[in-house]
Design a protein around this ligand. Structure first.
Ligand SMILES: Cc1cc2nc3c(=O)[nH]c(=O)nc-3n(C[C@H](O)[C@H](O)[C@H](O)COP(=O)(O)OP(=O)(O)OC[C@H]3O[C@@H](n4cnc5c(N)ncnc54)[C@H](O)[C@@H]3O)c2cc1C
Length: 292
């Protein structure tokens, strides 16, 4: 079914305050549109409910990357190109830079935003496992004020999230305390570019005196929401990152995930790949620690 343009209204206020005032006047009536790379796919397929769209694309208040001593504050309207070309993100948050670099193609990276990726809430979204392991927090804003929320509490169930009517994500805050960590990211898809992940992983690990002192592992596309593997992380603490530990860690994965069969993959394949990626992370952590 083709979309009928007359069912839609699009406005583009000049600043964030005006967007929030508009959304406040008619709670729930206005849908924000940033890069449009998810919403326009729905529109073209005739699946975007007739609605009022308010553009937040390129609002300066949502497009900054602010560097503070303790944290980076990234506007929700930053694009993947903004992220992958930012020196500090590349240096201190390489999992996010990698996810940005393998999201869609260049045109998509120039337009798609990290805020849109969060709110679209696809379990297969590439940037979300990285936000989980870096323990990002969100600043949500409405005409009534601001509130902070750990990103890990944002997704409540499949495609359900914590935003209230009239609220936007304004900023994603990343604590600057992972620079000494080993980073591991993989996206397993049908091909290298322009593919949605069958499984993706973002992981961080730190080894001191031959023992793992911190491990953070998150997977995409294996559950209704992006998932942190708390049991696996716990099983790794205080251990030597050796091959036997990698095997043990892999065995903890299946009971924490809830993969599904869909057009991209199967439960069996996703379960096997998720376990293999976790094992590969532990082995890579071991090789890296051995080089120090
Ligand atoms: C060809 C193509 C390839 C793609 N490849 C990938 C891929 O490899 N990996 C991947 O993860 N995704 C991929 N995507 C999906 C998409 O590009 C991303 O999810 C993107 O980050 C969406 O951002 P956007 O700004 O375009 O969102 P929009 O389409 O503008 O909005 C998406 C949703 O987020 C809401 N929203 C946007 N910004 C905010 C905000 N600040 N506060 C509150 N709500 C907000 C909107 O109301 C809407 O509900 C692809 C899409 C296309 C078309």
């Amino acid at each position: 079914m083709r979309a009928d343009p007359s069912h839609y209204e699009l406005v583009a206020p000049q600043n964030l305050e005006a967007v929030l005032a508009l959304m406040d006047r008619e709670p729930g009536a206005w849908t924000p549109i940033a890069g449009g790379t998810d919403l326009m796919v729905l529109y073209a397929a005739g699946k975007l409910p007739a609605c009022k769209l308010v553009s937040i694309w390129n609002l300066p208040e949502l497009r900054q990357i602010e560097v503070l001593p303790e944290e980076i504050r990234m506007g929700a309207g930053c694009t993947y190109t903004d992220l992958r070309t930012n020196d500090i993100i590349a240096r201190e948050f390489p999992l996010l830079a990698s996810a940005a670099a393998w999201t869609g193609g260049i045109a998509n990276q120039n337009r798609g935003t990290v805020g849109g990726n969060i709110v679209n809430a696809s379990p297969a979204a590439d940037s979300l496992p990285a936000l989980l392991v870096y323990e990002a927090s969100l600043t949500l804003v409405s005409a009534r004020g601001e509130r902070k929320l750990p990103y890990g509490q944002f997704h409540q169930a499949y495609k359900r999230h914590a935003l209230q009517p009239g609220e936007l994500i304004r900023t994603i805050r990343l604590p600057r305390r992972f620079s000494g960590y080993f980073s591991y990211a993989r996206k397993v898809g049908a091909r290298r570019a322009q593919a949605i992940a069958k499984v993706c992983i973002a992981a961080l690990g730190k080894v001191e005196g031959g023992k793992i002192v911190d491990a953070r592992i998150a997977l995409g596309s294996v559950a209704p929401v992006p998932l942190r593997l708390g049991d696996t992380e716990e099983a790794l603490l205080g251990k030597n990152p050796e091959r036997e530990l990698a095997t043990l860690a892999a065995q903890t994965v299946a009971r924490q995930i809830q993969p599904i069969d869909d057009i991209r993959s199967t439960v069996r394949y996703r379960t096997a790949v998720a376990a293999n990626l976790v094992a590969e992370f532990v082995e890579a952590l071991g090789s890296q620690a051995g080089r120090e």
